[in-house]
Design a protein around this ligand. Sequence first.
Ligand code: KG4
Ligand code: ZN
Length: 343
Amino acid sequence: MEQDKDIYILAIESSCDETAASVVKNGREVLSNVISTQIALHTLYGGVVPEIASRKHIEKINQVIEAALEEAGLNLKQMDAIAVTYGPGLVGALLVGVSAAKAISFATGIPLIGVHHIEGHISANYIENKELEPPYVCLVVSGGHSHLVVVKDYGEYEIIGQTRDDAAGEAFDKVARAIGLGYPGGPKIDKLSKEGNPDAIPFPRAKVAENAYDFSFSGLKSAVLNYLNGCRMKGEPVCEADVAASFQKAVIEVLVEHSLHAVKEYGYEKFAIAGGVASNSSLRAAFAEACSKNNIRFYYPSPVFCTDNAAMIGVAGYYEYCKGVRSGLDLNAVPNLKLGARE
Ligand code: KG4
Ligand code: ZN
């Protein structure tokens, strides 16, 4: 996939609560990665409020795009394409990024490329692992998704497992709320777990009978809530750190077991993680250990490229660009866009 000239992609991401823009050179070199997060705003309400997210994206989008170009030391005319997340995500939030990208494309004539958010998360692995190439197995664990994916080639995916109910990040957020940690729960549980005993409470490890690669986290979430209620009713004190650590261990054990099973069954020697939950320190350590024991090469993005960012969209957009994919000005936000689908 070599070309004579350098390819610069301006990438835009606004699918949830981060307004982000980035300039990526030749698919793997991040020249800028600007993220304006709305976390503090949504913390007040205990979760993302879609209407507020959309309004905040509108306020920030132009500044963030300008900052990304400035940080890269480049101007719009030097961009070869504009990549934008068009799904899945919150429709009102997605529309802000999509509309901005379409307006720039219309005004400048620079080609537009709609990118799948999960494809972006997976592609974040290419930024710091220059030698990583498909095929490999990737576990995508974010606030909205828990997918085991075979990455057959750039832009070619087969979902072999997914959650039947809550996403892993959603379970972290709900459990965090139940133990009074607030939003967003993942990083807070990660931190508190370090002070707790992961073997203190035997929370269940859910198996899904029909598919060894599928996940289910709602039973675990209910078990945590029942445990907390039980303690309250009996007047027993709750050690929040033990609950956090035991819950986290239950999630991680299942993720590791299913993922390694998939890597071995499919016969790949490479495995990657992606998505917000992939920034969890215990999860990273557990996968590093399991992969090293099983002679599997383990790839993971830095935490800033795990949670939502536009650099990952620029990387995915580059590989779509190289394949000749271009979107029309009728590109629309698709809140439930399926991985591997083009709409
Ligand atoms: O990928 P992401 O930024 O947004 C989505 O596409 O959903 O993921 C956000 C999710 C949230 O549920 C958040 O609690 C979780 O990732 N998360 C974590 C950690 N950092 C973020 N979960 C566990 N441990 C973390 N350190
Ligand atoms: Zn995401």
